[in-house]
Every structure is written in C-alpha cells, then in structure tokens.
Design a protein around this ligand. Sequence first.
Ligand code: HEC
Length: 440
Amino acid sequence: MQRLPIAIVAGHVALRCVGGCAGAPSEAPSETSTHASSDTSSSALFEASSEASSSGAFAAGPTYYRDVAPLLASMCTECHRSGGIAPFSLGTYEEAAPFAALVARSAALRTMPPYNLDNSGACNTYVDAPWLAESDIATLTAWAQAGAPAGDPAHETLESPPAWRLDRVDLTLEMPVPYAPIEPIVDDYRCFILEPHLDEDAFVTAFEVRLGRPDVVHHLTLYALDSAKDEQDAAALDAADAGPGYTCFGEAQVPSRWLVGSGPSDRGGVLPAGTGLRIRAGRKAVLQLHYNWQNGAAPDRTAVDLKLEPMVAREAFVQRVINTKFELPPGLPAVTVSATEPMESDYTLWGVWPHMHNLGRQLRVTANHAGGESCVAQVDRYQFHWQLFAFYEQPLHLRAGDALHLTCTYDTTSRDTPTKWGFGTDDEMCIGFFYVTPGG
Ligand code: HEC
C-alpha cells in the first residue's frame, strides 16, 4: 500500500515523481502533444514556450529515458516486469515502446494502474492511492503521439521506490502445511485454522503478506474467531474435509470477525494511526485463501506477518452495508441495487472496500444526513480483481441519525437469466465494507 508520497497541489492530487516528471502542464495536454508530435522546429518551439527549464538543459517533448521511465518505474513496473503479475513487461525501452499507444490509452481511461476508487478529489482521496496525476497522463499521451522517442539514456534517473516492508514483526501466522489448489475448480477458496497463541489481547496495526505462490493465490482474508464454539465449528469443518484446511467459498463459514485482507499484488499495509483490530488472548484465527489455478496449481504456503500493539487509542471494526435480497433482470446495461444503514451512534470512518462481483460497474456511497448528503466513496470503473481497503487521507465523521447509503450498478447484457445474490462468482453482491471506530 505504501507506494508513493502524495501531495495535494492546488486542489488536485499530484504524485511527486521519483527522479523528476515531465513538465507538461496538466491543463494543456492536447497542446503538448501537438508540439511533441511534429517536426524539430516545432519541438524547439515547444521547448522555448513551455519548458524554459532553469537548468538550461536541452528539453523537448517527453522522452522515454527522462520522463517516461521514472513514471513507469513508480506506477507500473511493480506488476509490469518479467515475473510480475501483468501479462507484459514495461521495464525497458525495448519492452515499453511497442506498447506506447496502449499505455497512453490505459492511463487516459484510468484503467491502469488498477484502482477501483475515484481519487480525483471529487469524492475524497486515499492514502497511497495508485492514481496518475493529470500531468502524468499528458506526458504519456505526448510521448505516444510523438512515436515513443527514446531520448538520451544518460537522462535516465530510474529510482524505483523501495519495496514496502513491515518495520517490525510481532506475530507470524503461517499455513501449517503447503496446499495445492484442487485442479478442477477454477476458484478454490480454502480456509486454514491458525493459532496466534496470545497470552493477552493484542491489536493488529500493520500487516505484510508473504505469498507462497503469488501466481496461484488471488487474494486472502484473515478472520478472528472470538469464541470456543466458533473454534469447535471450524475444527469440525476442517476434520470433515480431506486435505489441509477446509473448503470455504465465500467467508469463513463460521461466525468470525474480519481482521485484514489483501488483493493481487497488494503486500499489506499500515492501518490508520492510533487504530487497530483486536485478537483475543488464547483465541484462534482463520486464514482464507482464494486460489485461482489459471496460472497453475503449484503447492502454496502463505504467511501473514503482523505488527501488534498491546493497546491502541481506538479499537477498530470492519462493518458493512449490504443488500442480500435482489435479483437482477438480464439483458440490461445498467441495473441498480441499493442499501441503507442508519447509524445508531457516532462513528469515524477511516476506510472503505467496495465489493461486487463480475457484473458490477459502478458503486457509490453517500452519507445522508438532515442537511443533505455527502460523498463517501465513488467507483466509476469497478474491476473485480482489484479490490482492497482504501484508507481516507482525512477520516470522515458520521453522527447518530445519519445513514450510509450504497448504490451498486450492474451490466447484465451478458446474461439471459436473472442473477441473484450469492457467493458464486456468477452470482452478485452489493457490499460496502468500512473500517470504523466508535465515536465521532
Ligand atoms: C497492480 C498491478 C499493476 C499495475 C501497478 C499496473 N498494471 Fe497494467 N496490467 C496489470 C494486469 C494484471 C493486466 C492484465 C489485464 C488485467 O488484469 O486488467 C494489465 C494490463 C495492462 C494493459 C493492457 C490493456 C489494458 O488496459 O488492460 C496496459 C496497456 C497496461 N496494463 C498498462 C499499465 C500502465 C501504463 C501502468 C502504470 C501507469 C500499469 N499498467 C500498472 C497489472 C498492473
């Protein structure tokens, strides 16, 4: 989660580029590309008019080595590298240049880097959001339109941000034995009972996921079990199922409390300062893994490292607003489902995880109160594979009597029968998960 420092500049979010970004002004992307794509004389004009750089160094339209490589390194090559989870690498000029037009297009459409939430500032902003600044999009567009110029390799100041690591590990919860996903099932959900062995209650404040096989694990969720009865029920499921763990399509199959979760390429993160999620002394936990064996069915043994504190200022809970009673008619481009949850007391809202399945397209959450409504979360291009908890840069405050209102929009044109609520990937869901602490 900790990717890049984010600075709010004049009302819009700008990413501070590692190693320097192109100076393409965000309000004039088309102008930039016109100049950059034409001949030498107009490039010179462009240089004189908008890049009168104080250093006096030669500057024209964006080039790979000077402008594009640092941008790709900070926003893309975490996944787009050889051995990464993306289907092609953008790690070198030779690899990136053939994709220049596609790169510019995905950036302009904001399908890449993948992120479900709108971080433009129109409806809140999120900590370490992988979100391109308008000036970055202008740089990639101008570069592609100019025919992907390489520039001078001497200009390359390629500094990938250091990989995020947990600064302290207090507890590691690891699968007891390796598990190979069951081949005939494309989406294999498997739960493993783990023993934290805590003598005292403790609070999770940060976590790091160590995937055994990143190519085979799709996502995971760690749940706390809060009673002996829930532990016995989980143990019974485990005993009844051959092989390590038990099948758990959907959730943990026993009453459980969400601790942390992580999606593809998401290595973990830090929970909002002063908050944490309780693990009770002596109680067990369940680690649920979603295996997708399209990339193979190699045995996986995944571990989650936790940073714990004996006490936090504000105990956090993951709450949800959900609609489980709907049936979507087939053949429609936009079908809407909603849910409303009145607040019985004051809450501080620190983070949100919007959740639908494959037909989900848009999701909006508002806080409705006497004076009107305010935006809580906006998803414009929902992609099932890119879900995670996003934490607000400024937490939101809800008062008793306010209501959280969730609207989910689906495209059912691919279906010829109604789609119901359910855990199957072909079923649908409409859920907003919220990371909250009691009290405004
Ligand atoms: C978190 C991992 C991740 C990051 C970061 C990422 N990509 Fe991707 N990208 C993927 C995956 C996986 C695919 C394959 C299609 C899919 O799953 O959406 C993909 C597909 C693409 C495609 C193919 C067409 C499309 O739009 O789907 C382009 C182009 C692309 N990425 C460009 C970029 C650029 C440019 C960046 C950085 C600004 C970037 N990606 C950042 C994972 C990532």
